[in-house]
Design a protein around this ligand. Structure first.
Ligand code: NAP
Length: 323
């Protein structure tokens, strides 16, 4: 059985249906899944805001499970092994599925299935942002939008472990409290305050070395205004929609920004990069530097309810589907 996205629209297009997982071909394995991670991108694809395949299809990029069978030419994992993944092809909202072995990571014994599904996609993304796109170092002050979200809470904690000061935006006082409890030094409730004012209060006119913007349309222009002259703008999501085009020449001669739209699937597309990122994440979780917060658990068949919770912005931390 699997959740099938039967059209573009509200959560009602997600339906619980019989699905044949097929048999693993060369380089592939058959997984029996235990937990599936929910990410905002699946909601964007369901709503038609992100490009996706034509329905019907099984959504989802992230899952945890046990290898049940392997095809030919598989040496990365073995039958019976617990594994985690966050990579295309789509299809993780399913009880069983076929998946390329190359993008599976064996799970250490001390990382349980729910924690793994709640953190893997989001954690790899934070690794990309804080340790690859711009290498955050002790003394940096950074701006993180959606700081109480699944990715946001991991980012606040990870950045603190690197010695950074974190300014984070949220939509409610309760989310501000939760972000603060996870390392956000200056939570900004943007329904009342302008985050540009907070940035000025914290760093004066110097500006920030980096802004991590996953909100897009509502924040992008103002995020750019927060940068230091050689700052990096990492536009890694568009929860509020696509920002208007930005005319680079308007920077003038007093600004030399780096502007990137990073995609995690590029940064973990080589197996050595993937294993390196995963190990870094496991070490931080194991050390206690990062606590993985699971806001909601839903049976896989109730994925529609999970989607409604995330898109209504009621959630903090991660949301998972149990199989
Ligand atoms: N580039 C990549 O490779 C990559 C990989 C993974 C995730 N992402 C991006 O990272 C972001 C966070 O993903 P997540 O799965 O961890 O989700 P999430 O942060 O748990 O949820 C999204 C949050 O965005 C904020 N938001 C602001 N405007 C919104 C709007 N108009 N509609 C909905 N939410 C809005 C909300 O927080 P407030 O209520 O506090 O505003 C909401 O809770 C997403 O934009 C996602 O696309 C990118």
């Amino acid at each position: 059985m699997a959740i099938v996205q039967t059209g573009i629209g509200d959560a009602g297009v997600l339906q619980w249906q019989e699905q044949d997982p097929g048999t693993p071909g060369p380089g592939e394995v058959l997984l029996r899944q235990s937990v599936v991670g929910v990410n905002l991108i699946e909601i964007g694809m369901r709503q038609g805001a992100y490009p996706g395949p034509n329905p019907p299809f099984v959504p989802g990029f992230e899952g945890v499970g046990v290898v049940e069978a392997i095809g030919s030419d598989v040496d990365q994992v073995r039958v019976g092994q617990r594994v985690v993944y966050a990579f295309p092809p789509l299809g993780s909202y399913s009880e069983t599925r076929v998946f390329p072995a190359e993008y599976l990571v064996p799970l250490p014994e001390d990382i349980d299935d729910e924690t793994a599904a709640a953190m893997f996609m989001k954690g790899l993304t934070v690794w990309m942002l804080l340790e690859r796109v711009y290498r955050v170092k002790a003394g940096d002050t950074i701006l993180v939008h959606a700081a109480a979200g699944g990715t946001g809470l991991l980012m606040c904690q990870w950045a603190k472990s690197l010695g950074a000061t974190v300014i984070g935006t949220v939509s409610t006082d309760e989310k501000a409290r939760i972000a603060a409890a996870h390392g956000c030094d200056h939570p900004v409730n943007y329904t009342r305050e302008d985050f540009r004012d907070t940035v000025r209060q914290v760093v004066g006119d110097a500006g920030l070395p980096v802004v991590y913007d996953s909100v897009g349309r509502d924040t992008f222009e103002r995020s750019m205004e927060c940068l230091a002259p050689t700052g990096t703008m990492a536009l890694y999501g568009m929860a509020s929609g696509e920002p208007d085009p930005y005319y680079l020449m308007r920077m003038g001669l007093d600004k030399s920004y780096f502007l990137t739209r990073p995609a995690v699937f590029v940064y973990v597309s080589r197996r050595d990069w993937l294993l390196q990122a995963a190990e870094r994440l496991f070490v931080l979780v194991r050390s206690g530097a990062i606590r993985v917060e699971i806001h909601g658990r839903y049976p896989l068949r109730d994925a529609a309810n999970a989607h409604q919770a995330v898109e209504s912005r009621r959630t903090t931390g991660s949301t998972i589907l149990t199989v």
